[in-house]
Design a protein around this ligand. Sequence first.
Ligand code: UDP
Length: 329
Amino acid sequence: MKNVLVVGGAGYIGSHMAKCLSANGYVPIVLDNLDHGSRQTTKFGPFFEGSMNDASLLQKIFSEYPVAAVMHFAAFCYVGESMKQPAKYYQNNVVNTLALLECMVEENISNFIFSSSCSIYGEPVETPITEDHPKKPINPYGRSKLMVEQILHDFRQAYGLESICLRYFNAAGADPDGELGEDHDPETHLIPLILKTALGQRPHIDIFGDDYPTPDGTCIRDYIHIEDLAQAHLLALERLLTGLSGGQYNLGNATGYSVKQVIEIARSATNEEIPARVVERRPGDPAVLISSSEKAMKDLGWKPKFTDLEAIMETAWTWHKNNPNGYAP
Ligand code: UDP
């Protein structure tokens, strides 16, 4: 059975995943409510428009397409928004995910791959962050991800639902073929906002605080290319399908770049000036997040291809240059 349900498969990460599944002999069945996803990206397999908490739609999909596993990308992902609207985050990221999991249990589907996040760790007490680092998220987004991880732990014990939680650091870049890219609405992520500034669509990039305890005062993040992320999901899927145990894995490059460094790299990739100005800190942002991904390399055999930000930026810039309006017609 090669069908995989990709919930949120019309979004940034989900669409790259659907393409990767299809390139590797699987059939991605995409379920997306298109609140944030783009219909244009759903060309790699059957598409269903709807919500993950719609049990009758899920039953219909599962009876039409018996699936080997479910991958879940349909979460809200804005740290800042989660601070202002926590109810929205707990409703979608936790309650709706619980509904999806309950439906899976009823339908005897026992393999689940979850988009978790480094935000479950909160302020690091040691760097690089390993999987057993204390989990003290400092924003509702991170708490919503941790809650699902805890639910998955209980579902494994009670119902035998096996799962792999992939804790992403900062997903970035675009499909090297140029077919897919990053287009959020509203856009809040650093790299696309910098590139929109390079395209002249924004007057400047705002740097959220330069008084963090880092060498240049701006926040440090670990950027991981979207294709490497998809590859890790594929390996996780194959691990579950061969009957090996699930678990939790960090996915990052073990290298940190400050906001100012990211802007500099974008300036050289684009040959544009990219005006920047420092503004207030964004609530909910830890100063430094850098991954240790050794466990994923060892257990999953994961080997990221895009290990420096220059290469990641290049793919992002190519897509933004060729699609200045994103997926908009
Ligand atoms: N950031 C920034 N200006 C922006 C957007 C983001 O300075 O317009 C910073 C943000 O505070 C964080 C880093 O860039 O330190 C990455 O933020 P992003 O929203 O891309 O990802 P997150 O780390 O929240 O997942």
